[in-house]
Design a protein around this ligand. Sequence first.
Ligand code: FFO
Ligand code: ATP
Length: 202
Amino acid sequence: MSHHQPTSPLSRSEIRKNIRKARRNLSDLEQELAAKKININFFQHKKLTKNTRIGLYLSNDGELDTSELIQSLIDKKHQIFLPVIHPFNGTTLLFQRYEKNSPMKLNRYAILEPKLNCSHICPLYELDYLLMPLVAFDNFGNRLGMGGGYYDKTLAHYYKENLQKPELIGLAHDCQQVEQLPVEAWDVPLRQIITPSKFYQW
Ligand SMILES: Nc1nc2c(c(=O)[nH]1)N(C=O)[C@@H](CNc1ccc(C(=O)N[C@@H](CCC(=O)O)C(=O)O)cc1)CN2
Ligand SMILES: Nc1ncnc2c1ncn2[C@@H]1O[C@H](COP(=O)(O)OP(=O)(O)OP(=O)(O)O)[C@@H](O)[C@H]1O
């Protein structure tokens, strides 16, 4: 009998479970420091022009806290858009303008999203940047999400057409990095990922 069995690579759902647990286990202090570092890292690497349109997300399940970044961007007069699960198809995301007093509601996953107002929806290709949540990323810029396929489905057309906008940027804690993810045909790889300690670019 061999003493060194090669370990079988983890499945997507196993990686998802492990990394979700790891990020939920970060302390409040770790989360606070991570949020501050992301803020610094973002403005250091991305030189925004005036009145930029930025898709973001409200943190959930131990995700990197985006509230400070959102506030800084609003203070600098940029426009923030948050994902709303499409009310008709239920499988893709719309991006709706978010301001301090925007009416909000909980979606089916108990994540806050803006109450649908069609006049405040921004078509994907009119966003300059899309800062995306993820569960795990690897050394090649592959992204694993929560498993709903919402971002992949929303970006499928965009990716096929090789459109210029929006620039996709993943946001993650350093502990969400793995060596190599098992990749599926529909996965949209990221060219940029920002963590509290590093700016990755492919
Ligand atoms: N902050 C944030 N907002 C986001 C996303 C995200 O990843 N992060 N999404 C990115 O796609 C979309 C929501 N996708 C999600 C997919 C699955 C689960 C989830 O918690 N699933 C539960 C059980 C599902 C259920 O309750 O029915 C689980 O896996 O335990 C949550 C969000 C849109 N908004
Ligand atoms: N472009 C697409 N067209 C059709 N089905 C898709 C597409 N992208 C993803 N899906 C479906 O969505 C499901 C979830 O995909 P996956 O596990 O890659 O989600 P994820 O990347 O973890 O989640 P998310 O993108 O929401 O963060 C899969 O079962 C897949 O069949």
